[in-house]
Design a protein around this ligand. Structure first.
Ligand code: PMT
Length: 402
């Protein structure tokens, strides 16, 4: 879900080598249809020109508190009120110190005091400067003042040092902003989600699995996090990057997924079983690679995996439990059967026989059933569909609690 659509972002750029990344950040913000106005400190202009930022943002760049022309066009108080959010990236140690102490010696620090909008900073500095006690004191003050701190990241720095102090990458900053601006109906809710396939070993080199890519489950995890939940994603093997600000554990087999789920389900408000868990595993796993024989056929004896979803749904203090049903026919009949048989609160059924949706696809369509309602979530990108499903879940659990 794009919470930055038409949002007014006041981007403050301060002096530091990471200022060059601000140009890409403006592009990324424009790509999600945000309206961006840039304010630069004198230090920022030593690294990148206002003309670049003006061209990319499509708006004039403000650089001085005492510029009569700029004040006549949009005064600094007007600019402070215009913003839906103030983002400072990169935020130098000096700027953090000014903000923490309420100094208003330049345009950006004055805007900080004058804005009613939420403020986020992306610190960027040498690792020793970041670790320094005054910087850390200033950060604690800013946190107490409700400023969101995005990063810094770890890694090699322009000065040759290695450590914490790098400005986050533009896409990471956009993801943080999306989370900041999303409504939070799931604040203080703990959600455990399984995603992806499981792999059931036959021998050291072979396994049984399926075509789940994890996209649907990862999208659900990100959507739940954006809506305020504390999310633990338990993922089978897949090639996706862990969603932003989601605690992610990777597992391989159904047994591991079950054990990790049970270790983490205490106090969960919601459990969503989106993983395509293998129903069966080989009865025994060969210690060595199985060799071909002269026979043209072979068979592997299988045994049932324990049902993770049904196990959670039958716990004494069960969370609101949501299953998925991957069906190829009689969708409603099979989904309702699973809802009842596994003691679920909700089931999201998808028709995995239709090309372009379900396993591995970018899109999906869901029929969602509860014991007394049904909702159609029409074909859409999995990210959008995930937000719609998480919103439905939020409505249901808030109804339960009222
Ligand atoms: O990962 P993607 O490529 O994005 O694809 C998404 C998806 C098609 C995998 C997803 O939308 C989906 O349908 N997930 C459930 C797949 C599945 O295993 O469905 P099922 O009908 O076989 O299982 C029913 C439910 O029982 C599921 O919630 C499943 O997680 C759960 N289950 C099944 C077996 C088992 N041993 N333990 C379980 O928890």
């Amino acid at each position: 879900m794009n919470y930055l659509q038409n949002k007014k972002i006041l981007l403050g750029i301060t002096g530091g080598i990471a200022a060059y990344k601000a140009a890409d950040l403006v592009r990324k913000l424009k790509e999600v249809n945000a309206d961006v106005r840039v304010v630069m400190t004198a230090g920022a202009m030593a690294f990148i020109t206002p003309l670049t930022l003006q061209a990319l943002s499509g708006n004039p760049v403000a650089t001085s508190l005492l510029d009569t022309d700029a004040e006549a066009a949009m005064g600094h108080i007007e600019l402070a009120k215009w913003a839906d959010v103030v983002l400072i990236a990169p935020a130098s140690a000096n700027t953090l110190a000014c903000l923490a102490n309420g100094l208003a010696g330049d345009l950006l620090s004055t805007l900080y005091l004058a804005t009613p909008a939420p403020v986020a900073v992306c610190p960027a500095m040498n690792q020793q400067m970041w670790a320094a006690k005054p910087t850390q004191r200033n950060i604690q003050t800013l946190i107490k003042d409700d400023v969101s701190i995005f990063g810094p990241g770890l890694g090699a720095q322009a000065c040759g040092d290695i450590g914490a102090g790098r400005m986050l990458e533009p896409l990471e900053i956009v993801a943080h902003l999306q989370s900041l601006l999303a409504p939070k109906p799931l604040l203080n809710k703990k959600i455990v989600i399984t995603a992806g396939p499981t792999q059931e070993s036959i021998d050291p080199v072979r396994y049984i699995s399926n075509h789940s890519s994890g996209k649907m489950g990862y999208a659900l995890a990100q959507a739940a996090q954006q809506l305020g939940a504390d999310v633990h994603l338990i993922s089978g093997p897949c090639a996706l990057t862990a969603p932003h600000a989601v605690h992610t554990t990777t597992v391989t087999s159904a047994d591991e997924m079950l054990a990790t789920t049970l270790e983490n389900i205490d106090n969960a408000d919601v459990f969503i079983g989106c993983a395509a868990v293998a129903d069966y595993k080989p009865q025994t796993v060969a210690a060595q690679k199985i060799k071909k024989t002269a026979q043209s056929e072979m068979s592997i004896a299988l045994t049932r995996n324990q049902d993770i979803l049904a196990t959670v749904a039958n716990l004494p203090n069960k969370p609101f439990t949501v299953g998925f049903a991957a069906e190829t026919q009689d969708i409603e009949h099979y989904a309702l059967d699973k809802l009842q048989r596994k003691n679920l609160d909700m089931i999201a059924a998808n028709n995995v026989a239709i090309a372009g949706q379900g396993f591995g696809a970018e899109q999906n369509a869901l029929m969602v059933y509860t014991p007394n309602s049904q909702h159609e979530l029409a074909l859409n990108d999995k990210t959008r569909l995930a937000t719609d499903l998480i919103q439905l879940i939020a409505e249901q659990i808030n109804q339960h609690n009222n």
